[in-house]
Design a protein around this ligand. Structure first.
Ligand code: PMP
Length: 440
């Protein structure tokens, strides 16, 4: 393992001061072992750690860095906003600018409310769905992660999956009982639960494409069927695009699939949640959707939601600059880099004799080991994979200067700044990492 002396010192200090040394669990390298690298700067496709080592970054801040780190246009917008003051607690023109960009890209969004984290966006969407329908129950899918709100931690993906937790301590039974957890990609299960309890269900919430149990491709027509079933029963469909929004395409995963012109299974979600790319690396998230539903939010409607720093002017400036720079060409470039990397990864693993599947949803992908027979269709498949092959693979890549997500249950993120030099560094690292996975 690489000498990470400065990172080790800094992480040891962090462990004295913060639970697990981190402010978000997956950063602690729990499932891959070793010392987390303390990062001190990022530029384009690269991160630099406290020991001065440079890594090609395939985490991209878990999605936000669509344009690469420290993109000049985003930095310039932020610097210029900073000069005008940090926060006013009053409305600013930039909020409408960012909202207009979202509404212009995602036609299902008629109104938008800005918040600061994806968790707040989904939490508000759930409260809004309950307030609008007057019903209590929420349907979610095992392996989908929607943030750390109490009601949606059951059978959650992301760090909950990485740590192999069934849910979270501290969530009351009463709260957990209001969430019905179903297997992903199983429309029969959805039909059955609605047949039994449809009049009590406020909403189905689903990741537009799951990317927190590794990536899972929604079966053809799955999201459209959720839309049809919720509508038939007077419930709402909340499409969580916190991770996929403005990353898998110009109008998110919905824009690639059910919302695309000429879609095979067209549908319109009632509410959508956004985060990550919408703020370009600053704390921005949002929920949006049908005007009649969104207008149930205070001050127009009876569902309360607020935030001291919501719509923060610096964060809005970063979001506006990011979405403005994220033209269709940016997505074409990331799509093709993603395909190149998927091919190289799969070839290296095959060459080393490692059984695997590459799981995709648009330009998002992840690798799953020992899954070539059926791929990963749901959380049970994800959990059944040979996850132990990931740690040696991850460390071989890290030693070669490639920073992967420190968990097999996370997607790999590319950016528009991943040029030939960055890709070549990744390609060069793959064969040895694949052999390390084979030897596990
Ligand atoms: N929904 C999805 C689909 C996510 O991937 C995440 C975070 N990875 C969230 C919600 C929560 O967002 P945040 O971490 O900003 O609270």
């Amino acid at each position: 393992m690489t000498d990470a002396s400065r990172s080790e010192e800094l992480f040891e200090r962090a462990r004295q001061l913060m639970p697990g040394g981190v402010n978000s669990p997956v950063r602690a390298f729990g499932s891959v072992g070793g010392t987390p690298r303390m990062m001190v700067s990022g530029k384009g496709a690269y991160l630099t750690d406290a020991d001065g080592r440079e890594y090609v970054d395939l985490v991209c801040s878990w999605g936000p860095a669509l344009l690469g780190h420290a993109h000049p246009a985003v930095l310039e917008a932020v610097h210029s906003a900073v000069d005008r003051g940090l926060s006013f607690g009053a409305s600013t023109p930039a909020e409408s600018e960012l909202a207009a960009l979202v509404v212009g890209r995602v036609s299902a969004v008629e109104r938008l409310r800005m918040v600061s984290t994806g968790t707040e966006a989904t939490m508000t969407a759930v409260r809004l769905a309950r307030g609008y329908t007057g019903r209590n129950l929420i349907v979610k899918f095992a392996g989908c992660y929607h943030g750390h709100l109490d009601g949606l931690l059951a059978a959650a993906g992301s760090g909950v999956a990485t740590l192999a937790l069934p849910g979270s301590a501290g969530v009351t039974e009463a709260t957990a009982a209001e969430t019905l957890v179903l297997p992903y990609n199983d429309i029969t299960a959805v039909e059955e639960v609605f047949a039994a309890r449809g009049s009590q269900i406020a909403a189905v919430i689903t990741e537009a494409a799951p990317a927190n149990m590794g990536v899972v491709t929604p079966a053809d027509g799955f999201n459209a069927a959720l839309s049809r079933i919720t509508r038939e029963h007077g419930a709402l469909l909340i499409l969580d695009e916190v991770l996929t929004g403005f990353r898998t395409g110009y109008a998110g995963y919905w824009g690639l699939t059910g919302g695309a012109v000429g879609a095979a299974d067209p549908f319109v979600p009632d509410l959508l949640t956004f985060g990550k790319v919408i703020g370009g690396g600053m704390p921005v998230a949002a929920l949006g959707g049908r005007a009649d539903v969104m207008d149930y939010l205070a001050p127009v409607g009876p569902v309360y939601q607020a935030g001291t720093l919501s719509g923060n002017p610096i964060a809005m400036a970063a979001g506006v600059a990011t979405l403005t720079a994220a033209t269709p060409d940016v997505y074409t470039a990331i799509d093709s880099r993603s395909r190149e990397l998927q091919d190289a990864l799969s070839a290296a693993l095959s060459e080393a004799g490692v059984d695997h599947s590459i799981q995709t949803a648009g330009n998002l992908f992840s690798v799953a080991f020992g899954t070539s027979a059926n791929g990963v269709r749901n959380y049970a498949d994800a959990q059944a994979q040979e996850a132990f092959r990931y740690a040696p693979f991850f460390h071989a890549m890290l030693d070669a200067g490639v920073y992967l997500p420190p968990s097999v249950f996370e997607a790999w993120f590319l950016s528009a700044a991943h040029d030939d030099a960055a890709m070549d560094k990744i390609f060069a690292a793959l064969p040895a990492a694949a052999r390390a996975a084979a030897a596990a």
